[in-house]
Design a binder for this molecule. Sequence first.
Ligand SMILES: [Zn+2]
Ligand SMILES: [Zn+2]
Length: 309
Amino acid sequence: MPNKNWFKGNLHTHTSASERGPGDTAPEHVSEWYHDHGYDFLVLSDHNHRTILDGSDTERARWPHLIPGEEISAVFNEAPVHLGGIGTRELVGPHESDTLVGTIQANIDAIEKAGGLATLNHPNFRWSYSDREIIATHGAWAMEVFNGHPGVNNMGGGASPSTESIWDRVLVSGRRMFGVATDDAHHFQGEFGPRKSNPGRGWISVAAAELSDESLLDAMSRGDFYASTGVRFAELEIRGREIVMEIDPDTDLQLKYTVVFTGPNGRELWTTTGESARFTLSRIDDYVRATVYASNGEKAWTQPVFGTD
Ligand SMILES: [Zn+2]
Ligand SMILES: [Zn+2]
């Protein structure tokens, strides 16, 4: 990716700007938090509400670049159906239908119509829907493979698959779907803890020409980004059917890294250790994606590379 920079951003965070809450902090201060913690861009994604900040130049300098958006929050049979509308041009609001799949699809369509990228947020929150429903829809840009809210069941449980397994099942069905990590932050006040929705837990890093809506959304729509809960890449390149990576190691904590390349059905194609790895997709495999595991539990996910490209 020549002439590109990596820009770190969070696509999912709440403020106190919308009546439904649930953020505990004003959007100006939420934005300051992200700027102070090294984020380049941010989506203030309140429920069915566009939180748009018009600040002076001095104020803007204390915020990351703000991409407009919204967490479209619909309900089907008491199950929350939440989608991120990233870069939408107008308020989308919830759309309903008489089936679960229809409800998801109606909201994807509405986001597309408003010019945004649609993310499927926290499918395991209240166990609303799974791979079967996702595969029956079309047009969503990405799903949350990690969400930092304590109630979203990223790991799955019982007979319900993890969000990562859901992603693999969607990919093996032939659907192209990217994976994002987000905060879904609500709580910026008081002590931070595992049962609170605190910021800084999940983000994406986008390789884009410049820090603008157009450039970022364009790179995101092509899959030129990775998702992370802490692991960073010094280099990450897709060269045809090959993924080449160099991890930016945390030398303070002396972390060690394991890289797992996953193919169809979540099958492990190759596992390696260390800070550099490369892998070439074989003729028979439909796709490959890589997950990096750090020894402190932090992770990063590359986007899938498809064999038919
Ligand atoms: Zn939500
Ligand atoms: Zn949310």
